[in-house]
Design a protein around this ligand. Structure first.
Ligand code: 5GP
Ligand code: MN
Length: 317
């Protein structure tokens, strides 16, 4: 039996299902989980999608108001984690996953630790929402307008508007099919990629002002701490995308962005052409993709910067 058939068998068997995704969810996490949630609802499953905290920019996504911040049960028949590379990324709600009778992982991260009983991970896919589209087609599930909107949201955000490595002819075929169904790509693009909240703009100014160039301009580095966030009255998700500012500068191979959280500094790394930033993050207990990865680290921004630069330097040409 193929992995996809096994997954369907578990879904058919389960009465109650919980869907989970990674902390600090991006458009792909929100889009792929909401798409799956809607289908399972249609199948009359007792299903809950649990996302404790997300940016209000995602409020344009259909059915987002049905998301729960906590589960109503402790032992679900089935738990499905989407767009999540490791159990650690399920943060405070990993218990819903661990305590479920059966656990499924659907993802696209190359560093995925295969933490489910059944794992469907397509590392060549640029978005988990693209993996989800393939699943829908395989199962012959109907991609309604609302589901299509969620899948498109995930694909357009995780590919940075169809520009990152991993985008393929298949990505455009899927986008094309969703467009012909009437999904409003322009609206999604504008709201999820082009619009800054006022506070995210203020935060960007601070990060840009603080940016440093190291190793002959091959590394760009900046950070945001809690004090900055307080100053600009930052909301959840306002720091999203700031790591790209450094990456988009000529000559830069790796962009480092640190963001202070309750657990230390959340590190975001992006590479342009050749540095494997997933390997760099794996060194410190994190992971991700070849050219986009993350990890949480302890210490001052300067100490963390030194540790990261030491590792990145090994790979610089
Ligand atoms: P971001 O910089 O946008 O937070 O993350 C970039 C990529 O690395 C994402 O695909 C994300 O899932 C992954 N990633 C970020 N932080 C971690 C982490 O702590 N552990 C692992 N395994 N992956 C991470
Ligand atoms: Mn993703």
């Amino acid at each position: 039996m193929s992995t996809l058939d096994e997954i369907l068998k578990e879904i058919d068997k389960a009465k109650n299902i919980v869907i989970l995704t990674h902390e600090n969810p991006d458009g792909d996490a929100m889009g792929s989980s909401l798409a799956l949630y809607q289908e399972l609802k249609t199948m009359n499953k007792d299903v809950e999608l649990i996302v404790p905290k997300y940016s209000r920019v995602f409020e344009i996504l259909p059915r987002i108001e049905e998301i729960k911040t906590e589960g109503s049960k402790s032992n679900y028949d089935l738990a499905i984690a989407v767009d999540t590379a490791s159990i650690k990324q399920l943060d405070g709600w990993s218990k819903y996953f661990e305590d479920a009778k059966t656990r499924i992982v659907i993802d696209h991260h190359s560093s995925n630790s295969m933490f489910g009983d059944i794992n469907y991970v397509d590392m060549s896919s640029p978005a988990c929402s693209q993996v989800m589209y393939v699943l829908f087609k395989y199962y012959n599930w109907e991609i309604t307008h609302d589901i299509g909107t969620c899948l498109m949201a995930g694909i357009v955000t995780d590919t940075g508007g169809f520009q990152y490595t991993g985008v393929s002819t298949e990505t455009f075929e899927i986008a094309s099919s969703l467009l012909s169904q009437g999904v409003d790509l322009v609206k999604l693009y504008k709201k999820l990629l082009s619009t800054n909240t006022r506070s995210s703009f203020e935060l960007r100014k601070i990060a840009l002002d603080r940016m440093e160039f190291l190793e002959d301009g091959k590394i760009a580095y900046t950070y945001i701490n809690k004090k900055d966030e307080k100053k600009v009255k930052a909301e959840t998700g306002d720091h999203e995308g700031l790591v790209n500012e450094g990456r988009n500068i000529e000559g830069v191979e790796v962009s480092i962005f640190l963001h202070e959280t309750d657990d230390g500094y959340k590190v975001s790394l992006r590479a342009n052409e050749y540095v494997n930033v997933s390997d760099v993050c794996l060194m410190f207990g994190g992971g991700g993709h070849l050219r986009a990865a993350g990890v949480t680290m302890q210490g001052t921004p300067k100490q963390i910067r030194e540790k990261l630069v030491r590792e990145i330097k090994r790979q610089l040409k």
